[in-house]
Design a binder for this molecule. Structure first.
Ligand code: TXA
Ligand code: MG
Length: 322
C-alpha cells in the first residue's frame, strides 16, 4: 500500500469517510484515525499498528454535540472536566452508548473521549463529521510519534495517508481520567497535569506511582493499555539522578535537565530547558538515538510535579524490559 502524504485536512477527512486509515497531528502526539462507526476500518487499524485487540481506542470528536452519539449517563464530574479541558489534552472515560462498535472499546462498557485543540486537527475532525477512533500513530509498543516523519517510519506502507503537521507541541499523550463510576480517577498521567485537574475535581483519585498503576490489577482492568509494554525504543533506557552517573562508552546518549560536565563527550545529548521541553522532545530523542545506533540512553529523573509526572511515567515504562 502506498501511503499518501497530504497537508489538506479536507482531503484527509474524505479518506476517513471512505473507510481509510489516516494519521493526523494533534497537540499531544500523532493519532492514527478511522471512522469509529466503521468496524472494518477499525479492525484494519488494529492490524496496521499490531495492537492487541484488548486495548481500547480513544474516540476523537470536534464538538461536544458529538458526545451523545457515543456515550450515555455522563456524570457531573465528567461534564465539569470536559467544560474546563475540552478542547485539549485530556481524555475522559464515560459510559459507552450501545451502537458504538464494541471493537472500538475492546468490549468494555465504557468509552474514552477526547477533543484535541490543535487547529488543523479540529478542521480535520469537523470535516470527518464522524467520531474518529484513534490510538497513537506508532507501531504497538514503540514510542508515540511526535512528527509526521516518525509516523512514516513506523507505519509507512501500512496506512492510507498521513496528514502532515508541525512537530507536536506537547510531545506526550493526553491524560486519561475515568469518570464512568463515582469519583474520577487517573488512569494515565499525561499532558494535562493532575494539579490542573484538581482545580476542577479536588478529590481526583490517583495511583501512587506509575509502577503501582502497572501493578494494580484493578487499574489494569480499567485501562487495558497500561498492561502492555509501551513507549520503548530499541536502545536500553537507564534512569540516572545526575549526568555524572553516565558511563561513557561511545554508543550512549543522555537527556535531562542538568548539563553534563563535558557535553563534548556525548554524541547525542539533549539538555532540556524545562519539564515541558523534556516532555516535548523525549519520544523524538528516543527515535533519533535509534537511528544513530545508540545502545544506551541515560535519562535524568525529574520531579513528579506538573508534566514531570507524565515524563517519569513514560521513562519508567521505557526503562522496564517486560
Ligand atoms: O494524546 C493521546 O491520547 C493520543 C492522541 C492521538 O489522542 N492517543 C493515544 O492513544 O495516546 P493510545 O491508544 O495510544 O492510548 C489510549 C489509552 C490506552 O492506555 C487505552 O488503554 C486507554 O487510553 N483507554 C482507551 N479507552 C479506554 C476505556 N474505555 N477505558 C479505559 N482506558 C481506555
Ligand atoms: Mg499509544
Amino acid at each position: 500500500m502506498k501511503t499518501r502524504l497530504t497537508d489538506d485536512p479536507a482531503e484527509a477527512a474524505a479518506l476517513i469517510r471512505r473507510g481509510k486509515l489516516v494519521a493526523f497531528p494533534t497537540e499531544t502526539v500523532y493519532g492514527l484515525g478511522a471512522d469509529a462507526w466503521d468496524v472494518k476500518a477499525v479492525a484494519a487499524l488494529f492490524n496496521a499498528k499490531g495492537r492487541p485487540r484488548d486495548n481500547p481506542l480513544i474516540v476523537h470528536i470536534a464538538a461536544l454535540r458529538q458526545l451523545d452519539a457515543v456515550a450515555v449517563c455522563i456524570s457531573e464530574w465528567a461534564r465539569a472536566l470536559m467544560e474546563h479541558f475540552f478542547p485539549g489534552s485530556l481524555t475522559v472515560v464515560v459510559r459507552r452508548r450501545a451502537p458504538l462498535p464494541t471493537i472500538v472499546t475492546a468490549g468494555l462498557d465504557t468509552v474514552a473521549v477526547r477533543m484535541p485543540s490543535l487547529a488543523v486537527t479540529r478542521a480535520f475532525l469537523r470535516a470527518c463529521a464522524c467520531p474518529v477512533a484513534a490510538p497513537s500513530a506508532n507501531r504497538s509498543g514503540r514510542p508515540s510519534a511526535t512528527t509526521w516523519q516518525a509516523v512514516q517510519n513506523d507505519l509507512g506502507g501500512r496506512i492510507d495517508a498521513i496528514l502532515r503537521g508541525e512537530p507536536c507541541a506537547k510531545g506526550i499523550e493526553s491524560t486519561v481520567v475515568d469518570c464512568s463510576a463515582g469519583m474520577p480517577r487517573l488512569l494515565r498521567a499525561g499532558a494535562t497535569s493532575i494539579e490542573a485537574l484538581r482545580m476542577v475535581v479536588p478529590g481526583l483519585r490517583t495511583a501512587a506511582t506509575a509502577h503501582d498503576v502497572a501493578a494494580a490489577g484493578d487499574t489494569a482492568a480499567r485501562s487495558p493499555g497500561m498492561r502492555h509494554r509501551h513507549y520503548a525504543p530499541d536502545a536500553r533506557v537507564v534512569l540516572v539522578n545526575d549526568p555524572s552517573e553516565v558511563e561513557p562508552h561511545g554508543d550512549h546518549a543522555y537527556i535531562g535537565l542538568s548539563k553534563p560536565a563535558e557535553p563534548a563527550d556525548f554524541g547525542q545529548c539533549y539538555v532540556a530547558g524545562s519539564a515541558q521541553d523534556y516532555a516535548r522532545v523525549l519520544f523524538d530523542f528516543f527515535r533519533r538515538c535509534e537511528s544513530a545506533g545508540i545502545r544506551t540512553i541515560y535519562c535524568q529523573v525529574i520531579t513528579e510535579r506538573g508534566i514531570g509526572r507524565a515524563v517519569m511515567d513514560r521513562l519508567r515504562r521505557a526503562a522496564t524490559r517486560a
